[in-house]
Design a protein around this ligand. Structure first.
Ligand code: ADP
Length: 426
């Protein structure tokens, strides 16, 4: 209901009340005149005075209405509630005494103790927020409060406390609006970036420290020791290679991330790619005493980036040879399967018969620098970025990686990729 309609309704009520008073006065004065208690002239004069007083009261009331705006808390509650309910963020509207006038479902989910009509301080146990509300109501200026919740999960919010005034120049606001912005995703990204830089620096610092140590030894005590020099140089070479691998993986990751939104569209056949990878790793397999077996269909076309797909299978087969060598066998299968939505898809599985992986590690294996056993990974020349790269490449190809494993039963890493449907069949 608009303010004008409100006023019209109020005026109507006043006139109806006034008419009642005038009619009552008419009956009373006529009765008195008729009974002879009051002379007719006096009765008429008395009636005229009452009528004039009633009309005056109605007019003064109208004038008062015009000067005194009707408070939102009395009149516009429904409209306010509807507006607040329709807002996409968690919003709470308070009167200037801090009592909840309206709140939407999202605000209720955030602070279930909030009740309409009750002071907000009953429900929110954050003194800095309560103070900000008090300041906004008293000073009429916007306040911002960032706070975090630890239970049940770590979450960060920014609350904007906005005083709402009817007139721009008014000293005190009519009501105060509180909106909550969830900063958690932003904070998580910031934390991930910081962790990533810390991890990358740490990974680089370890081989660098080793290199510096050996250089010092070679310059000092081992200067004339030819045998020690040969041994140290071999270690230094391995450490330098490790740094090079790490930098190479880091650069690949950032390049893939940069192109993440661009899906590769060249049709490529997976079978020769997997065969090429297996051929390239034959020597490593022989060194580890592992037999590599491949079972493949004649051709399996997907849309992809040849070099990136080589990288995916290299990582998976190399991991199987490194971590699953104890099983002495690695089986690779390339074939057509169906996705969870029953769409045809290309599937390449790499199965080893090694120690397997405990279930608690499985969801985290594709995180950057996550390793089940850091020293084993280092001993194997790992960077901890292999599976992260695999995941990113597959994401870009609209594919995915699944991992099946149990301790003592080896591990199966399966790549799922949408098949390339020839143009004439689309
Ligand atoms: P890394 O450079 O350490 O090999 P990856 O991202 O390729 O990094 O692998 C992450 C971790 O996953 C490895 O350190 C290892 O602990 C575990 N892992 C990967 N593949 C296998 C496998 N076939 N069997 C057992 N553990 C594996």
């Amino acid at each position: 209901m608009s303010l004008a309609e409100d006023r019209a309704m109020l005026t109507g009520k006043r006139w109806r009340g006034g008419r009642l008073v005038i009619a009552a006065a008419a009956i009373v004065f006529a009765g008195l005149a008729f009974a002879g208690t009051l002379p007719v002239a006096y009765a008429i004069a008395g009636f005229a005075i009452v009528t004039a007083a009633a009309v005056l009261a109605i007019r003064t009331g109208e004038e008062e209405d015009r000067r005194q705006p009707i408070a939102i808390s009395e009149r516009g509650d429904d409209l306010l509630r509807a507006v607040v309910a329709g807002l996409p963020d968690p919003v709470v509207a308070l009167d200037r005494d801090g009592r909840v006038m309206a709140l939407n479902e999202r605000a209720r989910a955030l602070a279930p103790a909030l009740r309409q009509g009750e002071p907000v301080s009953f429900a929110l146990r954050m003194p800095e927020l309560i103070e900000a509300i008090g300041r906004a109501a008293a000073e009429g200026r916007e306040q911002r409060v960032v706070y975090s919740e630890r239970v049940p999960l770590d979450r960060w919010f920014e609350t904007i406390v906005m005083p709402v005034k009817r007139e721009p120049g008014a000293a005190r606001p009519e009501l105060v609006l509180m909106t909550f912005h969830d900063l958690t995703p932003l904070r998580r990204v910031e934390e991930m970036r910081a962790d990533f830089v810390a991890n990358a620096s740490h990974e680089l610092r370890t081989p660098l420290a080793a290199l510096l140590g050996f250089i010092e030894t070679l310059q000092g005590s081992a200067r004339e020791d030819a045998k020690a020099r040969g041994r140290f140089l071999a270690i230094m070479q391995e450490q330098a290679r490790r740094m090079a691998r790490l930098i190479d993986d880091l650069l690949s990751l950032s390049r893939i991330e940069l192109n993440a939104h661009r899906r590769p569209d060249t049709p490529v056949d997976l079978v020769p790619i997997v065969r090429q990878v297996v051929d390239g790793l034959e020597t490593l397999a022989r060194d580890r005493g592992v037999t590599l077996q491949i079972e493949a269909s004649t051709a399996l076309s997907v849309r992809g980036d040849h070099d990136e797909l080589v990288r995916v299978f290299e990582n998976l087969v190399e991991n199987a040879l490194k971590y699953g060598a104890a099983g002495r066998r690695v089986d690779i299968k390339v074939g057509l399967g169906s996705s969870t939505d029953r769409e045809p898809e290309a599937q390449v599985s790499v199965r080893d018969y090694g120690p397997g992986i405990a279930p608690e590690h499985l969801p985290r294996l594709t995180e950057r620098f996550y390793r089940v056993d850091v020293s084993e990974s280092r001993a194997q020349g790992g960077t901890g970025l292999g599976l992260a790269l695999v995941k990113h490449i597959l994401n870009r190809h609209r594919g995915r990686l699944t991992i099946d494993s149990a301790p003592g039963e080896g591990a199966t890493f399966t790549v799922h990729l949408p098949t390339a449907v020839p143009a004439h069949q689309r």
